[in-house]
Design a protein around this ligand. Structure first.
Ligand code: ADP
Length: 370
């Protein structure tokens, strides 16, 4: 076996650490080559010429005097002290360990320090802080852009309503005055125009509703889920009567939330349960489960159901599984529900099978600050 016979002096001089020895008055009495090369100094410029304090900034000098020296004297050692070593030609941040070296009583004690050059680590830290700052700025910009987009969606959909209403008015006038003759090509064109207009009207009103869900303006108060459910069901009275739906609502508690948004959430989910009904009479159950910090609400129906492979994507903006002509809609309702639930610190998902009804399950955080 070949042993590597390492020379102790070489190990001291060329170690990956800077080594420094000072006597009790602070004068540097020894330094290794690594430290001299980091400082870009000659031995005779440093050893017996400078004190350790000469290599420190004013702030570090104070810290050294008030913390490092007392600790060395009392505990005989210091570890991982972060100081910047300042030479005449070059400086570097260092992590310093130190030890008091016991001597016989006639000679004063002296102190040995090892210095780990952490320039690279500091550089990474600076880069990390910069990267965090950039990410924060990008996030703020994104928020700003989002807010502008929301404003744009609101204005665009709001301003589009007026000309659309004029077109609808003019068309009805044409029909009433007998300008649309029956069973001709015009009748087809007319019903096509009417169909597209109602599609556009629905899209505009859904967009308008969606853009009104603005998390920055939400005022949370104590709200009764019973009243919210009642309001939502009442607003859907016509659709409920039309299909003779049965809705069973469990007696529910009060929670902290935003009344208008929660009403819209229940409205959207109940109206979907009515809209996507099967051939059977719609039966809808609304139940809840209270946990320590949240409430879980389930709205289940006996409708057409959803293939589980679509259970995530249906919450996407304008995502639909049916054509407008088979079942009218815009695909905005569930995206709005997701936004509302998230504003209330919760999540929403669906459990369903095609042809076997659906259960929409959402949680609302009950710890939301008023
Ligand atoms: P819209 O109702 O306007 O189509 P939504 O965003 O409310 O848009 O719903 C997205 C899609 O999710 C619907 O097109 C439908 O395919 C499916 N869906 C939503 N609710 C139900 C439900 N209760 N039963 C079956 N499918 C549903």
């Amino acid at each position: 076996m070949i042993y590597f016979n390492e020379d102790a002096e070489d190990l001291y001089q060329n170690a990956p650490f800077g080594y420094l020895t000072i006597c009790s008055n602070g004068t540097i009495i020894n330094a290794n080559k690594t430290l001299l090369s980091w400082l870009k100094m000659k031995r005779e410029e440093l050893v017996e010429e400078k004190t350790f304090m000469d290599l420190l900034s004013i702030g570090d000098k104070i810290f050294y005097e008030t913390h490092v020296v007392p600790m060395l004297q009392m505990q005989w050692e210091i570890s991982e002290i972060n100081l910047t070593i300042i030479g005449p030609h070059f400086s570097f941040p260092a992590l310093i360990n130190g030890k008091k070296v016991p001597t016989d009583k006639q000679t004063d004690a002296y102190y040995r320090f090892s210095l780990l050059n952490i320039s690279q680590r500091k550089q990474f830290e600076i880069e990390l802080i910069q990267a965090r700052k950039n990410a924060d700025n990008a996030f703020l910009k994104l928020q700003e852009v989002n807010q502008k987009l929301e404003q744009f969606a609101y204005l665009a959909s709001h301003d589009l309503q007026a000309p659309l209403n004029t077109i609808i008015g003019m068309l009805s006038l044409l029909e009433r005055k007998g300008h649309i003759s029956k069973d001709t090509e015009e009748t087809q064109y007319y019903s096509l125009i009417k169909n597209n207009i109602s599609k556009m009207k629905l899209l505009i009103s859904d967009l308008l509703e969606f853009s009104r869900i603005d998390s920055s303006n939400v005022q949370f108060t104590t709200v009764s889920l019973n009243i919210i459910c009642k309001d939502a069901i009442q607003s859907l009275n016509n659709a409920i009567q039309e299909c003779d739906a049965k809705i069973y609502v469990e007696n529910m508690p009060d929670i902290i939330g935003e009344r208008m948004l929660l009403t819209r959430l229940f409205q959207n989910l109940i109206s979907n349960a009515l809209k996507f009904r099967s051939k059977e009479t719609p039966i809808i159950h609304i139940q809840y489960e209270q946990k320590e910090n949240s409430i879980t609400i389930k709205i289940s129906d006996n409708g057409i159901g959803i293939d589980p492979k679509h259970s995530k994507e249906i919450f996407g903006f304008m995502k639909r599984l049916h054509s407008y002509d088979s079942i009218p809609g815009t695909g905005i309702g569930l995206a709005a529900c997701k936004n509302i639930v998230e504003i209330h610190g919760g999540t929403i998902n669906v459990e369903s099978e095609k042809g076997k009804g659906s259960t929409f399950i959402f949680t609302l955080n009950s710890n939301i600050q008023k």
